[in-house]
Design a protein around this ligand. Structure first.
Ligand SMILES: *[C@@H]1O[C@H](CO)[C@@H](O)[C@H](O)[C@H]1NC(C)=O
Length: 242
């Protein structure tokens, strides 16, 4: 029995080692769900972005039309949840591959960028800072595992000290099962349109997209497979803290 299972297991691994497929399509603020696509630029496809030099690495591409013109008000210091599901349709019922194929592992990250108007279509030239990352824990739990356990909810705090204003939130899941060569890592992200309120004055150090990620980053082109590595540094800058 033990040996006869082996070919079946390899087939399962082969079958599942393609695309993780997930879409960030809704936000909650302090646990209040804002609704599917409300204030979120939702890509119509759950195909990954794989080119870190493409403008599509900023906020994804081919958005469901019309793009929401809502701007979600978020007091600085709030808990924001980025809700990921297998497709742009959000949660549609039990599915073993929702919010993503659990055999596909990788980090979950979130960034903010100030923007003149959160609903403007242009996202070039924005300056991003990282507010959250969930990589690989000592117990060998990936950010994607935590996302799966939390049924697609990635929850983080908006830094209480940042300046009020219009921002884009870029929340991202990266799947690394094919990342021992480049392009191989799969980037799944959307941007949410926020109006952050408060009296903060901090101006975090920033990075650009494209630019923040390099094909040679150790968190993007892995030395060895996700099934054997025991430490992992997500790409991008350090998380900003107040
Ligand atoms: C995920 O977030 C949604 C919307 O806020 C909420 O209804 C749901 O209970 C959350 N699920 C889990 C497992 O936390």
């Amino acid at each position: 029995m033990k040996y006869s299972m082996a070919p079946l297991l390899s087939l399962v691994l082969l079958a599942s080692s393609t695309y993780a497929r997930t879409v960030f399509s809704a936000v909650s603020v302090n646990g209040i769900d804002q609704g599917l696509g409300v204030g979120v630029r939702v890509p119509s496809s759950n195909n990954p972005i794989k080119d870190v030099t493409s403008p599509d690495i900023i906020c994804n591409t081919n958005f469901i039309q019309p793009v929401s013109n809502a701007v979600v008000t978020v007091p600085a210091g709030s808990q924001v949840t980025a809700q990921f599901h297998k497709t742009s349709a959000g949660y549609v019922g039990p599915d073993p591959a929702d919010p993503l194929d659990p055999t596909n592992k990788g980090p979950v990250l979130a960034y903010l960028a100030a923007i003149p108007s959160a609903t403007q279509s242009s996202v070039t030239g924005l300056k991003w800072f990282k507010i959250f990352e969930s990589g690989l824990s000592a117990a060998h739990q990936w950010g994607s595992d935590v996302l799966f356990i939390n049924k697609g909810n990635a929850t983080f705090t908006i830094p209480p000290c940042i300046k009020a204003g219009q921002y884009l939130l870029r929340a991202e899941a990266i799947a690394l099962q094919s990342a021992t060569s480049y392009p191989g890592a799969q980037f799944y992200m959307s941007c949410a349109q926020l109006s952050i309120t408060g009296s903060g004055t901090a101006t975090p150090a920033t990075v650009s997209f494209p630019g923040a990620y390099k094909s040679t980053d150790p968190g993007i082109s892995l030395q060895s497979s996700i099934y054997v590595i025991d430490s992992y540094t997500p790409p991008g800058p350090a998380v900003f803290t107040c």
